[in-house]
Design a protein. Structure first.
Length: 272
């Protein structure tokens, strides 16, 4: 009985101490000087980050240091992982987690798999009756898995970062899915503080999602990519791309949605 008690106390101490040790380790990484070679990569590959206020630039660089230290980057189809790949992806991923009092750095994410370009995946198609049909091959630029992996095309990553105002950014899109998946399967409702906030989120997002679906059905142009009309999870990811890359038209056309995303992401891109 004594042994069981001791083991139980040791287990409790481990659970209590582990977050403290993790935070201490992260503080050491954040305190390190940001390498000049990494600054050059940001300047070359993620130019719109220069528009951020100085305090957010500093915070972003600290987040990049933690992200790169904790996450494994794996090259696929012969791609060799370099600091340029790591920093370019980390910078855009960390843009989504600024100003959080307790940053978890995508706690479920373990690996980022990077292909040279678009990659092919086999998808099982389910018909309208719920019956599984044959596999369908799809060409993708990115994918987010709830099993702790994000898959990206390096070519699409570079192109998405190079044009900062087209609302087409595969890293922002897939990492928005990661935030969504922190509550389970992606459903367009990420982790929010309390029932009242979920009700407000649901109302605002559903209204904009339904409008996009109607525009897509009629073949009308929209501020949002019509891919966002696929389901609520894709709409949240597409809306996130628009929020960071086209904040002015989003705030003008969908002010309520813009403010909802400001509250969630804790930043206001209109001020950048």
């Amino acid at each position: 009985m004594l042994i069981v008690t001791v083991l139980g106390l040791m287990l409790v101490a481990w659970f209590i101490g582990q977050p403290w040790l993790t935070e201490q380790r992260r503080r050491r990484w954040r305190a390190q000087p940001f390498p000049p070679a990494w600054r050059a990569i940001l300047k070359k590959r993620v130019p719109y980050l220069r528009a951020l206020p100085a305090d957010l630039q500093l915070q972003l660089k600290q987040h990049i240091q933690v992200f790169v230290a904790e996450k494994a980057f794996i090259g696929c189809a012969g791609l060799v992982i370099t600091d340029e790949i790591r920093i370019t992806i980390a910078a855009q991923a960390c843009l989504l987690i600024l100003n959080r009092p307790h940053t978890d750095y995508y706690p479920e994410l373990r690996q980022i798999l990077v292909y040279p370009g678009a990659f092919i995946v086999d998808k099982v198609h389910t018909d309208e009756t719920g019956v599984l049909q044959d596999h369908q091959r799809q060409v993708l630029s990115g994918e987010s898995w709830s099993q702790g992996q994000v898959i990206l095309s390096w070519q699409d990553t570079v192109e998405g970062a190079a044009i900062p105002d087209d609302a087409n950014n595969v890293v922002i899109h897939e990492f928005a899915h990661q935030l969504d998946q922190e509550t389970g399967l992606a459903n367009g409702a990420p982790n929010l503080p309390g029932p009242a906030r979920y009700r407000r989120w649901s109302r605002v997002m559903h209204e904009a999602f339904e409008e996009l679906q109607n525009q897509a059905d009629r073949g009308e142009a929209s501020l949002f990519d019509h891919y966002g009309a696929t389901n609520p999870a894709e709409f949240f990811a597409v809306a996130s791309e628009t929020f960071f890359e086209r904040p002015h038209p989003l705030a003008e056309q969908h002010p309520t949605l813009y403010h909802e995303l400001c509250d969630f992401y804790r930043v206001n891109p209109l001020s950048w």
